[in-house]
Design a protein around this ligand. Sequence first.
Ligand code: AVJ
Length: 318
Amino acid sequence: MPTTKSFLTPDDLGKSLRQDVADGLTAFPKTLPPKWFYDERGSELFEEITRLEEYYPTRRERAILTERAAEIASVTGARTLLELGAGSGEKTRLLLDALGGTLGTYVPVDVSGDFLATAAEQIATEYPALSIQPIVADYERHLDQLPAGERRLIAFLGGTIGNMEPDERVSFLGGLRATMAEDDALLIGADLVKAPQRLVRAYDDARGVTAEFNRNVLHVINRELGADFAVSRFSHVAVWDGTEERIEMRLRSTQAQTVRVAALDLVVEFAAGEEMRTEISAKFRRERFEASMEAAGLRVDQWWTDKDQDFVLSLVRP
Ligand code: AVJ
């Protein structure tokens, strides 16, 4: 069984949740960071989102990966696969199968220890020849502690790069660049700009799964910080910001209300109709993507899209 290394204790996680919630609920406008969506229920809801007809990114990325896996293997010759935010494992398997010829080590990195351990054990049984070194870490904070190695391929899939603000994105990528050797490569998935109606539908599906996913962050705060959010008094909003070229998810307070957060000794007032931002999901054009990469000292080597140009998998190098 793989042994998991950890740079994050449950206490560290608790601390950063408290900090994020205290900062976000006292800011104007109020915000909450998307990383707290993903408790067990939130991860299930996200899995459900990936199967929705409206939510195309997962399917598109999988299609590109399937089509390009062999090419990814041949142009990288990766010995180590480091996966930031080890997802549900399906895309991982596509990569592991393709890289089989050269790959010796797989390093899944995730903030959720339980999730990681289960996923790693599963992979270990299916790929007995592979050395698996799971790491519990916040990949925005512990980049320099990730294992070095020859010819590493760092995978950052799903379009999660879109959740960062432009300045955060460049500092994250710059931090990653600083840990990379000349023969390392970064495989990064990003959603592309397209018709606003399609984008909005992808984040406001007919069955309301995304709405429930969005509101789940309030359940997380109620449970972890003893808050008393009346979850049903917040409605889901998804808007396209054409200037920033990003989707914003918000929670709108349906009435004037007061929320108490016991663990923070905090009382927060919401006005009727007040909107709190819970996620940004940036959509890229090639120029802007390349500019972000260049600002971080990286260059775009490959630009693989699906047939409809909905999504890109890009191979980026130092
Ligand atoms: C997992 C961050 C890529 O931004 O599309 C899905 C999360 N939010 N529906 C995204 C999400 C609403 C997703 N990422």
